[in-house]
Design a protein around this ligand. Structure first.
Ligand SMILES: Cc1ncc(COP(=O)(O)O)c(C=O)c1O
Length: 350
């Protein structure tokens, strides 16, 4: 079965084999050396300066996003500004609400780009900006260059949900004024679910933290991981997978080569679907990592899903109000050109 949902992904044989490494206690030096290596490989992947460090967490992408939001957004007088055009921007606003933080949201429709004019109007009065790099709801690659410019010009730090882009797209830490970004092992990095991480400025991690939670306190993880320790049990096998996946992406040419690979796959898919009369859901701003498409007339998502699953592929439904009109296909993971040809051949022809 080939997974075309936006994570977990189909594993390469190299990563799958790494999961079989010996049982290990997370307090033994062998694990702690691996933890250090993973943390370094994460920042090396983007050539981050020493000003940034990564913090490794056990949990899915949401754990990393909530650790970032809960630990780095304080009870400021100034509001945090959330930029939302899909499920994941709205989820960060929901986190701030639960944490009792002062915030405002600049919202656009799920089908639209971020409202940068709205951000420009409000940014100077804000403590930080929270945004989503790749809005997986629709497969939109948000315009981070423009948002980052606004953050830099106004000296407002940005917290970025890069859960579905880290490893597969460009991330300009300094240029976008990133204070932190949160991501996961099992999407563009091609690892297994269970570990996620935050890459953040060391000075933000060394300043007093604000986490109301004990488990998702980023500062606590940072302090102990810097001393080659670990506050809680880590997902050892998922770390084996991430360690190998990071070696694999490095050997294959880094995030740049992976982005090129996704671009080739997305073009093959989009051209093939166009020949079948299936249109992309977004007119512009489409990522190469995941495409959203209009369901063919007279075909429900469930019918399409089951037909493609029988042919060996798992696709993904639209979220919320989009579930009746849209389906999604991600091109992450171990896939060949031939796999995508077989997928296209399995679509209904009329
Ligand atoms: C942009 C984005 N943020 C956050 C998440 C949540 O990640 P998880 O389901 O691993 O908790 C996802 C999941 O698809 C995502 O795409």
């Amino acid at each position: 079965m080939k997974l075309l949902n936006p994570g977990p992904v189909t594993l390469s044989e190299r990563v799958r084999a790494a999961l079989q490494k010996p049982d290990l206690c997370h307090r033994e030096p062998e694990f702690l050396q691996m933890q250090r290596r993973i943390r370094d490989r994460l920042t090396d992947l983007y050539g981050c300066s020493q000003e940034y460090a990564s913090v490794l967490l056990t949990g899915s992408g949401t754990a990393a996003v909530e650790a970032m939001v809960g630990s780095l957004v304080g009870p400021n007088d100034k509001p945090a500004l959330v930029v939302a055009n899909g499920v994941y921007g709205e989820r960060m606003a929901a986190m701030l609400k639960r944490h009792g933080r002062h915030f405002e949201v600049v919202t656009s429709a799920w089908t639209e780009p971020m409202d940068l004019a709205g951000v420009a109007e409000r940014i100077s009065g804000c403590a930080c900006v929270l945004a989503v790099h790749h809005e997986t709801t629709t497969g939109r690659l948000n315009d981070l260059a423009s948002l980052g410019k606004l953050c830099r010009q106004n000296q407002v730090p940005m917290l970025l949900d890069a859960v579905s882009s880290f490893g597969g797209e460009e991330i300009l830490f300094e240029e976008w004024n990133l204070q932190a970004c949160a991501a996961t092992a099992n999407k563009c990095l091609h690892g297994v679910p269970g570990v996620s991480f935050v890459v953040a400025r060391r000075n933000a991690l060394q300043a007093p933290g604000h986490s109301p939670a004990l488990y998702l306190d980023l500062h606590n993880y940072y302090e102990l991981q810097e001393k080659d320790g670990s506050p809680f049990t880590q997902a050892v096998q998922a770390c084996y997978g991430l360690d190998e996946a990071l070696a694999e992406i490095r050997d294959q040419g880094g995030w740049q080569a992976r982005r090129d690979l996704y671009r080739r796959r997305a073009a093959q898919l989009e051209e093939g679907l166009a020949r079948l009369g299936i249109d992309p859901f977004l007119r512009e701003g489409r990522s190469s990592i995941l495409g959203s498409y209009r369901l063919p007339p007279g075909v429900t998502y469930a019918q399409l899903h089951d037909r493609l699953k029988e042919a060996g592929f798992v696709i993904y439904a639209g979220q919320g109000g989009l579930s009746d009109e849209m389906f999604r296909i991600a091109v992450m993971g171990d896939l060949t050109r031939g796999d995508l040809e077989r997928l296209l051949a399995a679509f209904p022809t009329e």
